[in-house]
Design a protein around this ligand. Structure first.
Ligand code: MV4
Length: 506
Protein backbone atom coordinates (compact mmCIF):
# COMPACT_ATOMS: atom_id res chain seq x y z
CA UNK A 1 0.00 0.00 0.00
CA UNK A 2 1.23 3.51 -0.83
CA UNK A 3 1.45 6.20 1.83
CA UNK A 4 -1.53 8.00 0.30
CA UNK A 5 -3.72 4.91 0.64
CA UNK A 6 -3.47 3.41 -2.82
CA UNK A 7 -3.36 -0.33 -3.32
CA UNK A 8 -3.02 -1.71 -6.84
CA UNK A 9 -2.53 -5.39 -7.57
CA UNK A 10 -3.87 -8.14 -9.80
CA UNK A 11 -7.29 -9.49 -8.79
CA UNK A 12 -9.62 -12.07 -10.29
CA UNK A 13 -12.79 -11.50 -8.29
CA UNK A 14 -14.49 -8.15 -7.77
CA UNK A 15 -17.37 -6.96 -5.61
CA UNK A 16 -19.63 -4.28 -7.07
CA UNK A 17 -20.86 -2.04 -4.23
CA UNK A 18 -23.72 -0.57 -6.24
CA UNK A 19 -26.98 -1.31 -8.06
CA UNK A 20 -28.90 -0.40 -11.22
CA UNK A 21 -27.44 0.47 -14.58
CA UNK A 22 -23.95 1.24 -13.29
CA UNK A 23 -23.65 -2.12 -11.54
CA UNK A 24 -24.62 -3.76 -14.84
CA UNK A 25 -22.10 -1.60 -16.73
CA UNK A 26 -19.29 -2.68 -14.38
CA UNK A 27 -20.36 -6.34 -14.57
CA UNK A 28 -20.05 -6.20 -18.36
CA UNK A 29 -16.49 -4.90 -18.20
CA UNK A 30 -15.58 -7.62 -15.68
CA UNK A 31 -17.03 -10.36 -17.84
CA UNK A 32 -15.07 -9.07 -20.83
CA UNK A 33 -11.85 -9.14 -18.80
CA UNK A 34 -12.50 -12.56 -17.22
CA UNK A 35 -12.96 -11.16 -13.71
CA UNK A 36 -15.44 -13.05 -11.52
CA UNK A 37 -18.18 -10.88 -10.05
CA UNK A 38 -19.99 -10.46 -6.75
CA UNK A 39 -23.18 -8.40 -6.51
CA UNK A 40 -24.92 -7.07 -3.40
CA UNK A 41 -28.65 -6.31 -3.18
CA UNK A 42 -31.29 -4.92 -0.86
CA UNK A 43 -34.83 -6.21 -0.33
CA UNK A 44 -36.02 -3.95 -3.16
CA UNK A 45 -33.46 -5.41 -5.60
CA UNK A 46 -34.00 -9.17 -5.21
CA UNK A 47 -34.93 -9.47 -8.89
CA UNK A 48 -32.70 -6.71 -10.22
CA UNK A 49 -30.65 -7.14 -13.39
CA UNK A 50 -27.32 -6.70 -11.61
CA UNK A 51 -28.20 -9.63 -9.34
CA UNK A 52 -28.98 -11.86 -12.33
CA UNK A 53 -25.85 -10.90 -14.29
CA UNK A 54 -23.38 -11.40 -11.44
CA UNK A 55 -21.67 -14.74 -10.74
CA UNK A 56 -22.74 -14.48 -7.08
CA UNK A 57 -25.10 -12.17 -5.22
CA UNK A 58 -25.45 -11.42 -1.51
CA UNK A 59 -28.36 -9.85 0.33
CA UNK A 60 -27.33 -6.84 2.44
CA UNK A 61 -30.53 -5.66 4.08
CA UNK A 62 -33.69 -3.59 3.71
CA UNK A 63 -34.51 -1.23 0.84
CA UNK A 64 -33.38 2.09 2.36
CA UNK A 65 -29.79 2.69 1.21
CA UNK A 66 -28.64 3.79 4.65
CA UNK A 67 -29.46 0.27 5.88
CA UNK A 68 -27.93 -1.56 2.90
CA UNK A 69 -25.82 0.00 0.12
CA UNK A 70 -24.40 2.65 2.47
CA UNK A 71 -23.32 0.30 5.26
CA UNK A 72 -19.56 -0.13 4.93
CA UNK A 73 -19.42 -3.12 7.31
CA UNK A 74 -22.01 -5.05 5.28
CA UNK A 75 -20.07 -4.54 2.05
CA UNK A 76 -16.80 -5.62 3.67
CA UNK A 77 -18.51 -8.64 5.20
CA UNK A 78 -19.69 -9.79 1.75
CA UNK A 79 -16.17 -9.26 0.40
CA UNK A 80 -14.82 -11.55 3.15
CA UNK A 81 -17.49 -14.22 2.68
CA UNK A 82 -17.22 -14.26 -1.12
CA UNK A 83 -13.46 -14.05 -1.36
CA UNK A 84 -13.60 -10.91 -3.50
CA UNK A 85 -10.20 -9.24 -3.83
CA UNK A 86 -11.35 -5.85 -5.10
CA UNK A 87 -14.30 -3.46 -4.81
CA UNK A 88 -15.77 -1.14 -7.45
CA UNK A 89 -17.98 1.53 -5.85
CA UNK A 90 -19.66 2.83 -9.05
CA UNK A 91 -21.08 6.35 -8.52
CA UNK A 92 -23.16 7.69 -5.63
CA UNK A 93 -23.53 5.62 -2.43
CA UNK A 94 -19.99 5.02 -1.04
CA UNK A 95 -18.03 6.06 -4.13
CA UNK A 96 -16.58 9.30 -2.74
CA UNK A 97 -16.39 8.40 0.92
CA UNK A 98 -12.71 8.40 1.89
CA UNK A 99 -13.42 6.22 4.94
CA UNK A 100 -14.85 3.53 2.65
CA UNK A 101 -11.79 3.53 0.39
CA UNK A 102 -9.63 3.39 3.54
CA UNK A 103 -11.66 0.51 5.00
CA UNK A 104 -11.25 -1.47 1.75
CA UNK A 105 -7.50 -0.96 1.69
CA UNK A 106 -7.25 -1.83 5.42
CA UNK A 107 -9.06 -5.09 4.62
CA UNK A 108 -6.52 -5.84 1.88
CA UNK A 109 -9.01 -5.11 -0.90
CA UNK A 110 -8.14 -3.17 -4.05
CA UNK A 111 -10.42 -0.12 -4.21
CA UNK A 112 -11.16 0.59 -7.88
CA UNK A 113 -10.72 4.33 -7.60
CA UNK A 114 -8.20 6.93 -6.51
CA UNK A 115 -5.93 6.99 -3.44
CA UNK A 116 -7.72 7.78 -0.15
CA UNK A 117 -5.77 11.03 0.13
CA UNK A 118 -7.02 12.28 -3.25
CA UNK A 119 -10.65 11.54 -2.30
CA UNK A 120 -10.18 13.41 0.98
CA UNK A 121 -8.58 16.52 -0.53
CA UNK A 122 -11.01 16.79 -3.45
CA UNK A 123 -13.98 16.06 -1.16
CA UNK A 124 -13.26 19.26 0.75
CA UNK A 125 -14.12 21.84 -1.90
CA UNK A 126 -12.15 24.60 -0.19
CA UNK A 127 -9.05 22.44 0.22
CA UNK A 128 -9.44 21.29 -3.40
CA UNK A 129 -9.58 24.92 -4.53
CA UNK A 130 -6.41 25.77 -2.60
CA UNK A 131 -4.54 22.70 -3.77
CA UNK A 132 -5.20 23.12 -7.49
CA UNK A 133 -4.66 26.88 -7.36
CA UNK A 134 -1.18 26.26 -5.95
CA UNK A 135 -0.58 24.02 -8.99
CA UNK A 136 -1.40 26.90 -11.35
CA UNK A 137 -5.01 25.94 -12.10
CA UNK A 138 -7.37 28.93 -12.57
CA UNK A 139 -10.04 29.21 -9.87
CA UNK A 140 -12.87 31.74 -9.53
CA UNK A 141 -11.83 34.78 -7.41
CA UNK A 142 -12.75 33.88 -3.83
CA UNK A 143 -11.65 33.51 -0.24
CA UNK A 144 -8.83 31.57 1.42
CA UNK A 145 -9.48 28.95 4.10
CA UNK A 146 -9.56 29.86 7.77
CA UNK A 147 -11.56 33.10 7.66
CA UNK A 148 -14.15 33.95 10.33
CA UNK A 149 -17.44 35.69 9.47
CA UNK A 150 -15.95 39.15 9.91
CA UNK A 151 -13.06 38.40 7.56
CA UNK A 152 -15.45 36.85 5.01
CA UNK A 153 -17.58 40.01 4.99
CA UNK A 154 -14.46 42.13 4.56
CA UNK A 155 -13.25 39.96 1.67
CA UNK A 156 -16.60 40.20 -0.10
CA UNK A 157 -16.09 43.81 -1.16
CA UNK A 158 -12.81 42.82 -2.79
CA UNK A 159 -14.50 39.96 -4.65
CA UNK A 160 -17.55 41.96 -5.72
CA UNK A 161 -21.21 41.05 -6.23
CA UNK A 162 -23.05 38.91 -7.08
CA UNK A 163 -21.23 36.16 -5.24
CA UNK A 164 -21.85 32.68 -3.91
CA UNK A 165 -21.52 31.33 -0.40
CA UNK A 166 -20.37 27.72 -0.75
CA UNK A 167 -20.00 24.96 1.83
CA UNK A 168 -16.54 23.35 1.98
CA UNK A 169 -18.15 19.97 2.63
CA UNK A 170 -20.80 20.53 -0.07
CA UNK A 171 -20.37 19.96 -3.76
CA UNK A 172 -22.71 19.31 -6.63
CA UNK A 173 -24.53 22.51 -5.71
CA UNK A 174 -25.40 21.41 -2.17
CA UNK A 175 -25.22 24.20 0.42
CA UNK A 176 -24.73 26.95 -2.19
CA UNK A 177 -26.31 30.41 -1.67
CA UNK A 178 -26.33 33.35 -4.07
CA UNK A 179 -25.84 36.85 -2.63
CA UNK A 180 -26.68 39.90 -4.73
CA UNK A 181 -25.96 42.77 -2.33
CA UNK A 182 -23.79 43.44 0.75
CA UNK A 183 -26.79 43.77 3.08
CA UNK A 184 -27.73 40.14 2.44
CA UNK A 185 -24.24 38.71 3.07
CA UNK A 186 -24.08 38.22 6.87
CA UNK A 187 -27.46 36.48 6.85
CA UNK A 188 -26.45 34.24 3.93
CA UNK A 189 -23.18 33.25 5.60
CA UNK A 190 -24.97 32.39 8.86
CA UNK A 191 -27.68 30.40 7.07
CA UNK A 192 -25.18 28.53 4.87
CA UNK A 193 -23.07 27.70 7.92
CA UNK A 194 -26.07 26.36 9.85
CA UNK A 195 -27.22 24.32 6.85
CA UNK A 196 -23.76 22.88 6.17
CA UNK A 197 -23.31 22.04 9.86
CA UNK A 198 -26.63 20.17 9.90
CA UNK A 199 -26.13 18.41 6.55
CA UNK A 200 -22.41 17.57 6.63
CA UNK A 201 -21.32 18.11 10.24
CA UNK A 202 -18.94 20.79 8.97
CA UNK A 203 -20.01 24.43 8.89
CA UNK A 204 -16.99 25.73 6.97
CA UNK A 205 -18.05 28.12 4.18
CA UNK A 206 -16.19 30.26 1.64
CA UNK A 207 -17.05 32.90 -0.94
CA UNK A 208 -16.66 32.91 -4.70
CA UNK A 209 -17.53 35.51 -7.29
CA UNK A 210 -20.61 34.34 -9.20
CA UNK A 211 -19.92 33.59 -12.85
CA UNK A 212 -23.15 34.25 -14.71
CA UNK A 213 -24.22 32.58 -17.93
CA UNK A 214 -21.48 30.00 -17.65
CA UNK A 215 -21.40 26.54 -19.13
CA UNK A 216 -20.52 23.38 -17.25
CA UNK A 217 -17.71 21.66 -19.15
CA UNK A 218 -15.88 18.73 -17.62
CA UNK A 219 -12.71 16.91 -18.62
CA UNK A 220 -12.44 13.12 -18.29
CA UNK A 221 -9.08 11.88 -17.04
CA UNK A 222 -7.35 8.53 -16.76
CA UNK A 223 -4.28 8.11 -14.57
CA UNK A 224 -2.16 5.07 -13.75
CA UNK A 225 -0.15 4.30 -10.62
CA UNK A 226 3.11 5.26 -12.38
CA UNK A 227 2.03 8.89 -12.71
CA UNK A 228 0.90 8.83 -16.35
CA UNK A 229 -2.19 11.04 -16.74
CA UNK A 230 -4.15 11.63 -19.96
CA UNK A 231 -7.33 13.54 -20.82
CA UNK A 232 -10.13 12.08 -22.93
CA UNK A 233 -11.59 15.41 -24.02
CA UNK A 234 -14.57 17.25 -22.62
CA UNK A 235 -18.24 16.70 -21.92
CA UNK A 236 -20.81 19.47 -22.11
CA UNK A 237 -23.10 19.10 -19.07
CA UNK A 238 -24.93 22.43 -18.93
CA UNK A 239 -28.40 20.96 -19.37
CA UNK A 240 -29.38 20.36 -15.78
CA UNK A 241 -32.32 20.90 -13.50
CA UNK A 242 -31.76 21.42 -9.78
CA UNK A 243 -28.18 20.18 -10.17
CA UNK A 244 -29.39 16.96 -11.80
CA UNK A 245 -27.90 16.58 -15.25
CA UNK A 246 -30.41 15.64 -17.92
CA UNK A 247 -28.48 15.71 -21.19
CA UNK A 248 -24.74 15.50 -21.76
CA UNK A 249 -22.74 15.54 -24.96
CA UNK A 250 -19.22 15.12 -26.22
CA UNK A 251 -17.58 17.12 -27.62
CA UNK A 252 -18.92 20.53 -26.56
CA UNK A 253 -20.32 22.87 -29.18
CA UNK A 254 -18.17 25.73 -27.84
CA UNK A 255 -14.82 23.99 -27.32
CA UNK A 256 -12.33 24.02 -30.18
CA UNK A 257 -9.04 22.07 -30.51
CA UNK A 258 -6.98 24.76 -28.83
CA UNK A 259 -9.35 25.27 -25.87
CA UNK A 260 -9.64 21.48 -25.47
CA UNK A 261 -5.88 21.16 -25.23
CA UNK A 262 -5.63 24.00 -22.71
CA UNK A 263 -8.46 22.67 -20.54
CA UNK A 264 -7.05 19.15 -20.82
CA UNK A 265 -3.57 20.18 -19.73
CA UNK A 266 -4.92 22.22 -16.82
CA UNK A 267 -7.10 19.26 -15.76
CA UNK A 268 -4.04 16.99 -15.81
CA UNK A 269 -2.17 19.50 -13.62
CA UNK A 270 -5.09 19.53 -11.14
CA UNK A 271 -5.06 15.74 -10.93
CA UNK A 272 -1.29 15.64 -10.59
CA UNK A 273 -1.54 18.01 -7.60
CA UNK A 274 -3.17 15.17 -5.60
CA UNK A 275 -1.19 12.28 -7.18
CA UNK A 276 -4.43 11.11 -8.74
CA UNK A 277 -4.83 7.53 -9.99
CA UNK A 278 -7.73 5.86 -11.89
CA UNK A 279 -10.63 7.61 -13.69
CA UNK A 280 -11.61 11.09 -12.55
CA UNK A 281 -13.26 14.24 -13.83
CA UNK A 282 -12.42 17.93 -13.49
CA UNK A 283 -15.47 20.21 -13.60
CA UNK A 284 -14.92 23.64 -15.10
CA UNK A 285 -17.15 26.64 -15.47
CA UNK A 286 -16.62 28.23 -18.90
CA UNK A 287 -17.71 31.88 -19.03
CA UNK A 288 -19.07 33.84 -22.00
CA UNK A 289 -15.56 34.96 -22.95
CA UNK A 290 -14.32 31.36 -22.81
CA UNK A 291 -12.34 31.83 -19.64
CA UNK A 292 -12.47 28.62 -17.64
CA UNK A 293 -12.33 28.06 -13.89
CA UNK A 294 -11.92 24.93 -11.77
CA UNK A 295 -15.09 24.09 -9.81
CA UNK A 296 -14.64 20.59 -8.39
CA UNK A 297 -13.08 17.23 -9.06
CA UNK A 298 -15.27 14.14 -9.11
CA UNK A 299 -13.15 11.26 -7.86
CA UNK A 300 -15.31 8.52 -9.36
CA UNK A 301 -16.71 7.03 -12.54
CA UNK A 302 -19.50 9.35 -13.72
CA UNK A 303 -23.00 8.67 -14.99
CA UNK A 304 -22.21 10.35 -18.31
CA UNK A 305 -18.97 8.46 -19.06
CA UNK A 306 -20.50 6.71 -22.14
CA UNK A 307 -20.48 9.84 -24.33
CA UNK A 308 -16.71 9.99 -23.88
CA UNK A 309 -16.41 6.28 -24.60
CA UNK A 310 -18.27 6.71 -27.89
CA UNK A 311 -16.19 9.61 -29.20
CA UNK A 312 -12.79 8.29 -28.04
CA UNK A 313 -13.32 4.54 -28.41
CA UNK A 314 -11.85 4.02 -24.92
CA UNK A 315 -13.72 1.67 -22.58
CA UNK A 316 -13.37 3.72 -19.39
CA UNK A 317 -14.54 0.97 -17.02
CA UNK A 318 -12.13 -1.59 -18.49
CA UNK A 319 -9.36 0.97 -18.09
CA UNK A 320 -10.35 1.53 -14.45
CA UNK A 321 -10.02 -2.19 -13.79
CA UNK A 322 -6.66 -2.42 -15.58
CA UNK A 323 -5.31 0.56 -13.65
CA UNK A 324 -6.49 -0.93 -10.34
CA UNK A 325 -4.73 -4.17 -11.29
CA UNK A 326 -1.50 -2.17 -11.46
CA UNK A 327 -1.17 -1.97 -15.24
CA UNK A 328 0.30 1.00 -17.07
CA UNK A 329 -2.01 3.12 -19.25
CA UNK A 330 -2.36 1.63 -22.71
CA UNK A 331 -2.66 5.06 -24.32
CA UNK A 332 -0.54 8.14 -24.52
CA UNK A 333 -2.08 11.55 -25.05
CA UNK A 334 -1.26 11.47 -28.79
CA UNK A 335 -3.25 8.22 -29.14
CA UNK A 336 -6.48 9.92 -28.06
CA UNK A 337 -8.58 11.26 -30.91
CA UNK A 338 -12.15 12.46 -30.66
CA UNK A 339 -14.27 11.39 -33.58
CA UNK A 340 -17.96 12.14 -34.21
CA UNK A 341 -20.52 13.26 -31.67
CA UNK A 342 -22.33 11.55 -28.80
CA UNK A 343 -25.37 12.69 -26.82
CA UNK A 344 -26.82 11.10 -23.69
CA UNK A 345 -30.39 11.53 -22.48
CA UNK A 346 -31.01 10.40 -18.90
CA UNK A 347 -34.35 8.61 -18.83
CA UNK A 348 -35.95 9.22 -15.43
CA UNK A 349 -39.15 7.77 -14.00
CA UNK A 350 -40.73 11.17 -13.45
CA UNK A 351 -43.50 13.30 -14.92
CA UNK A 352 -42.18 16.25 -16.93
CA UNK A 353 -45.75 17.59 -17.21
CA UNK A 354 -46.15 17.65 -13.43
CA UNK A 355 -43.07 19.40 -12.07
CA UNK A 356 -40.93 16.29 -12.65
CA UNK A 357 -42.70 14.42 -9.85
CA UNK A 358 -41.09 10.97 -9.38
CA UNK A 359 -43.20 8.12 -10.75
CA UNK A 360 -43.11 4.67 -9.19
CA UNK A 361 -44.71 1.30 -9.95
CA UNK A 362 -44.16 -1.76 -12.09
CA UNK A 363 -42.78 -1.43 -15.60
CA UNK A 364 -45.43 -3.40 -17.46
CA UNK A 365 -43.69 -3.09 -20.82
CA UNK A 366 -40.25 -1.93 -21.94
CA UNK A 367 -39.13 -1.89 -25.54
CA UNK A 368 -35.69 -0.45 -26.05
CA UNK A 369 -34.49 1.40 -29.13
CA UNK A 370 -31.59 -0.23 -30.97
CA UNK A 371 -29.99 0.12 -34.39
CA UNK A 372 -27.13 2.19 -35.78
CA UNK A 373 -25.49 4.57 -33.32
CA UNK A 374 -27.75 3.70 -30.39
CA UNK A 375 -26.61 2.48 -26.95
CA UNK A 376 -28.87 1.94 -23.95
CA UNK A 377 -27.43 1.39 -20.46
CA UNK A 378 -30.19 0.25 -18.12
CA UNK A 379 -30.86 -1.86 -15.08
CA UNK A 380 -34.60 -2.31 -15.64
CA UNK A 381 -36.79 -4.60 -17.74
CA UNK A 382 -40.45 -5.61 -18.20
CA UNK A 383 -41.79 -6.60 -14.78
CA UNK A 384 -39.30 -4.45 -12.83
CA UNK A 385 -40.70 -2.46 -9.92
CA UNK A 386 -39.55 1.17 -9.71
CA UNK A 387 -39.49 2.08 -6.00
CA UNK A 388 -39.06 5.45 -4.30
CA UNK A 389 -35.95 4.22 -2.48
CA UNK A 390 -33.38 5.09 -5.12
CA UNK A 391 -32.52 7.59 -7.84
CA UNK A 392 -35.30 7.89 -10.48
CA UNK A 393 -32.88 7.34 -13.39
CA UNK A 394 -33.93 4.07 -15.04
CA UNK A 395 -31.77 4.19 -18.14
CA UNK A 396 -29.38 6.19 -20.25
CA UNK A 397 -30.02 6.54 -23.96
CA UNK A 398 -26.81 7.41 -25.78
CA UNK A 399 -26.68 8.17 -29.50
CA UNK A 400 -23.64 8.55 -31.72
CA UNK A 401 -23.23 10.14 -35.14
CA UNK A 402 -20.43 11.38 -37.35
CA UNK A 403 -21.77 14.91 -36.73
CA UNK A 404 -23.89 16.56 -34.03
CA UNK A 405 -26.76 16.71 -36.51
CA UNK A 406 -26.61 12.97 -37.11
CA UNK A 407 -26.47 12.26 -33.37
CA UNK A 408 -29.58 14.43 -32.84
CA UNK A 409 -31.48 12.76 -35.68
CA UNK A 410 -30.66 9.35 -34.21
CA UNK A 411 -31.68 10.54 -30.75
CA UNK A 412 -35.05 11.69 -32.08
CA UNK A 413 -35.54 8.39 -33.86
CA UNK A 414 -34.51 6.40 -30.76
CA UNK A 415 -36.76 8.43 -28.41
CA UNK A 416 -39.62 7.72 -30.81
CA UNK A 417 -38.92 3.96 -30.72
CA UNK A 418 -38.56 3.82 -26.93
CA UNK A 419 -41.65 2.41 -25.18
CA UNK A 420 -42.03 2.22 -21.42
CA UNK A 421 -45.39 1.48 -19.81
CA UNK A 422 -46.35 1.42 -16.15
CA UNK A 423 -44.37 4.47 -15.04
CA UNK A 424 -44.22 7.98 -16.42
CA UNK A 425 -40.88 9.02 -17.90
CA UNK A 426 -39.19 12.21 -19.02
CA UNK A 427 -38.96 10.98 -22.64
CA UNK A 428 -41.32 13.82 -23.71
CA UNK A 429 -38.91 16.32 -22.13
CA UNK A 430 -36.06 14.93 -24.23
CA UNK A 431 -38.17 14.92 -27.40
CA UNK A 432 -39.07 18.52 -26.77
CA UNK A 433 -35.43 19.43 -26.14
CA UNK A 434 -34.34 17.70 -29.37
CA UNK A 435 -36.68 20.14 -31.15
CA UNK A 436 -35.67 23.26 -29.23
CA UNK A 437 -33.86 25.81 -31.37
CA UNK A 438 -31.63 26.74 -28.46
CA UNK A 439 -30.48 23.14 -28.12
CA UNK A 440 -30.09 22.67 -31.86
CA UNK A 441 -28.00 25.81 -32.17
CA UNK A 442 -25.94 24.93 -29.08
CA UNK A 443 -26.89 28.16 -27.33
CA UNK A 444 -27.55 27.23 -23.75
CA UNK A 445 -26.02 27.63 -20.31
CA UNK A 446 -26.61 26.10 -16.89
CA UNK A 447 -29.76 28.18 -16.35
CA UNK A 448 -31.46 27.14 -19.58
CA UNK A 449 -33.62 24.22 -18.41
CA UNK A 450 -34.90 25.96 -15.28
CA UNK A 451 -35.36 29.48 -16.57
CA UNK A 452 -35.94 29.40 -20.30
CA UNK A 453 -37.29 26.01 -21.23
CA UNK A 454 -40.96 25.19 -21.00
CA UNK A 455 -42.65 21.91 -21.85
CA UNK A 456 -45.76 23.74 -23.03
CA UNK A 457 -44.42 26.30 -25.46
CA UNK A 458 -43.95 25.48 -29.10
CA UNK A 459 -41.39 27.39 -31.06
CA UNK A 460 -42.65 28.94 -34.29
CA UNK A 461 -41.52 27.20 -37.48
CA UNK A 462 -39.54 30.13 -38.88
CA UNK A 463 -37.51 30.41 -35.68
CA UNK A 464 -36.83 26.68 -35.93
CA UNK A 465 -35.64 26.93 -39.51
CA UNK A 466 -33.33 29.83 -38.83
CA UNK A 467 -31.94 28.02 -35.82
CA UNK A 468 -31.30 24.82 -37.73
CA UNK A 469 -29.41 26.65 -40.43
CA UNK A 470 -27.44 28.60 -37.85
CA UNK A 471 -26.59 25.37 -36.08
CA UNK A 472 -25.46 23.67 -39.26
CA UNK A 473 -23.31 26.58 -40.35
CA UNK A 474 -21.76 26.98 -36.90
CA UNK A 475 -21.21 23.25 -36.72
CA UNK A 476 -19.50 23.05 -40.08
CA UNK A 477 -17.34 26.04 -39.29
CA UNK A 478 -16.26 24.51 -36.01
CA UNK A 479 -15.82 21.00 -37.27
CA UNK A 480 -14.48 21.39 -40.75
CA UNK A 481 -12.82 24.77 -40.87
CA UNK A 482 -10.28 23.40 -43.29
CA UNK A 483 -12.87 22.22 -45.78
CA UNK A 484 -13.34 25.21 -48.03
CA UNK A 485 -16.43 25.63 -50.14
CA UNK A 486 -15.68 27.74 -53.23
CA UNK A 487 -17.69 30.98 -53.54
CA UNK A 488 -21.00 30.33 -55.25
CA UNK A 489 -20.69 26.58 -54.81
CA UNK A 490 -23.75 25.21 -53.07
CA UNK A 491 -22.93 23.28 -49.92
CA UNK A 492 -25.10 20.27 -50.65
CA UNK A 493 -24.36 18.32 -47.48
CA UNK A 494 -25.92 21.11 -45.39
CA UNK A 495 -29.01 20.98 -47.55
CA UNK A 496 -29.27 17.25 -47.17
CA UNK A 497 -29.32 17.62 -43.39
CA UNK A 498 -31.68 20.50 -43.61
CA UNK A 499 -34.21 18.59 -45.68
CA UNK A 500 -34.00 15.54 -43.40
CA UNK A 501 -34.60 17.79 -40.44
CA UNK A 502 -37.55 19.31 -42.23
CA UNK A 503 -39.09 15.90 -42.82
CA UNK A 504 -38.60 14.86 -39.21
CA UNK A 505 -40.26 17.96 -37.86
CA UNK A 506 -43.74 17.43 -36.56
C1 MV4 B 1 -20.60 28.28 -9.47
C2 MV4 B 1 -21.47 28.92 -10.37
C3 MV4 B 1 -21.19 30.23 -10.70
N1 MV4 B 1 -20.14 30.85 -10.14
N2 MV4 B 1 -19.56 28.94 -8.96
C4 MV4 B 1 -23.05 24.20 -9.08
C5 MV4 B 1 -22.54 22.83 -8.85
C6 MV4 B 1 -21.20 22.99 -8.27
N3 MV4 B 1 -20.28 22.09 -8.90
C7 MV4 B 1 -20.81 24.41 -8.48
N4 MV4 B 1 -21.93 25.05 -9.12
C8 MV4 B 1 -21.83 26.32 -9.56
N5 MV4 B 1 -20.79 27.01 -9.09
C9 MV4 B 1 -19.34 30.20 -9.29
N6 MV4 B 1 -18.32 30.86 -8.75
C10 MV4 B 1 -22.55 28.22 -10.87
C11 MV4 B 1 -22.75 26.92 -10.46
C12 MV4 B 1 -23.93 26.31 -10.98
C13 MV4 B 1 -23.88 25.27 -11.87
C14 MV4 B 1 -22.67 24.76 -12.28
C15 MV4 B 1 -22.62 23.72 -13.15
C16 MV4 B 1 -23.80 23.19 -13.64
C17 MV4 B 1 -25.01 23.69 -13.25
C18 MV4 B 1 -25.07 24.73 -12.36
C19 MV4 B 1 -26.31 25.23 -11.99
C20 MV4 B 1 -26.35 26.24 -11.10
C21 MV4 B 1 -25.17 26.78 -10.60
Amino acid sequence: MREDGLLTQKFDKLLIANRGEIAVRILRACHELGIRTVAVYSDADRNALHVRYADEAYHIGPAPARESYLVIEKILDVARRSGAEAVHPGYGFLAERAEFAQACVDAGLVFVGPPVHAIRVMGDKLMARQTVQAAGVPVVPGTEPGLNDEALVAAADQIGYPLLVKAAAGGGGKGMRPVYEPEALPGAIAAARREAEAAFGDGTVYLEKMIEGGRHIEIQLLADAEGNIIYLGERECSLQRRHQKLIEEAPSFVVDEELRRRMGEVAVAAARAVNYVNAGTIEFLLDKDKNFYFLEMNTRLQVEHPVTELVTGVDIVQEQLRIARGRRLRFQQEDIRMRGWAIECRINAEDPYNNYLPSTGQITMSRLPTGPGVRVDTGVFTGYEVTPHYDPMISKLICYGETRAEAILRMRRALEEYRIMGVKTNIPFHQHMMESHRFLSGQFDTKFVEERFSMNEREPADVMEAAILAALVAHRQGQQASQVVAPGERDTSNWKWYSRWERLRR
